[in-house]
Design a protein around this ligand. Sequence first.
Ligand SMILES: Cc1cc2nc3c(=O)[nH]c(=O)nc-3n(C[C@H](O)[C@H](O)[C@H](O)COP(=O)(O)OP(=O)(O)OC[C@H]3O[C@@H](n4cnc5c(N)ncnc54)[C@H](O)[C@@H]3O)c2cc1C
Length: 337
Amino acid sequence: MDSILVLSPVEGDGSLSKPAREAVTAAINLSKSLGTKFSVGLWGAEVKKAADSLASSGAEKILGVAGAAFAEARFAPDAAAAAALVKQSGATLVLAPSVARVARVAGALAQRLGGAVDTHVTELTAEGDKVSLTRWFYRQRLTGVLSRAARPWVLTLDPGIWAPYAGASGSASVEAVACGAPASKTKLAGLRAPSGGTQTIRPDADLLFVAGAGWCKKQADGSPHVGEAEKLIGGFLAKSQASLGGSKSMVDQSGEGQTISFMSHMNQIGQTGATPRHPKGLATCCHGEEPHVVGWRFVTERRAVNLNASCGWAQGKADVLYVADAFKVVEELNKLI
Ligand SMILES: Cc1cc2nc3c(=O)[nH]c(=O)nc-3n(C[C@H](O)[C@H](O)[C@H](O)COP(=O)(O)OP(=O)(O)OC[C@H]3O[C@@H](n4cnc5c(N)ncnc54)[C@H](O)[C@@H]3O)c2cc1C
């Protein structure tokens, strides 16, 4: 019978991230299906606050590696802390959120434990004692279900799938796990946003805001208004905290300096771009062609603003299409928020 450990670093403020709380829900569900218990392993500068938020989760044990050396995201201390926690727990299944800090060490962790790792897990099922996972392959075109005999089995869970655990806080006792911080030459000098000083990719946002090439095209007066587009979109993102996506045509223009400054290839949504998971999506000045819209397959509620009443969104791709000028719509939205 498998035993389960939820494994996660804590945030800078000592709390547990949303993807980590989703992993807790996944562990609660899986432990019920297996008729087993689960424990939690946390690491960071301080882990008590995060542990307290799980006081009523039903976790059998909460293990912690705490100390200043584990505050920042660095490979050596993170991998050492994660390995110490799994070893101490004796768990055979390790459920960890697919956040950058975990993704960086997951492979090394499995190697150090002599186990196996699988990433981008989107579903976990149990039939009797047999645990299987579901994940997508080949840019989300094929879905596969697999199980392994190797243990410990480290699984990183894609965010946006399980409901984040939100049970009552209390006072939890943390079993301290000894872990000497290995020497690391890496020092955090500061944070720099990837483009134009604006961090626009927010996987946890409730809304995906997509800007298409129309924003940079000639408008009714015969001229493009890229500066105005940048101001409107930037203002909307700052106020709504939405995540910014772009169509391929839009991001390709960035190489030519013809687009809004904070749009890069990292923002591309679609067949050759990203397939994010947001509860809602709003496409603006984007035609809604199939290679773009396949990137929306996990977006639950889709709306679009386009001047063209026959655009792709109107062909069954969106729940609601507003036939309107996106410049005017976003200007009005910015006034309302
Ligand atoms: C193999 C392959 C892979 C591809 N992969 C991707 C991918 O991953 N992602 C992707 O996005 N595309 C992809 N494409 C390209 C895709 O087919 C489209 O060409 C692209 O998505 C078009 O981008 P767009 O809708 O922003 O631009 P356009 O097609 O130029 O559309 C602009 C839209 O803006 C509207 N508009 C203009 N002004 C306004 C205004 N003021 N208010 C409201 N609406 C306005 C216009 O009506 C128009 O519909 C791929 C293509 C191929 C062949």
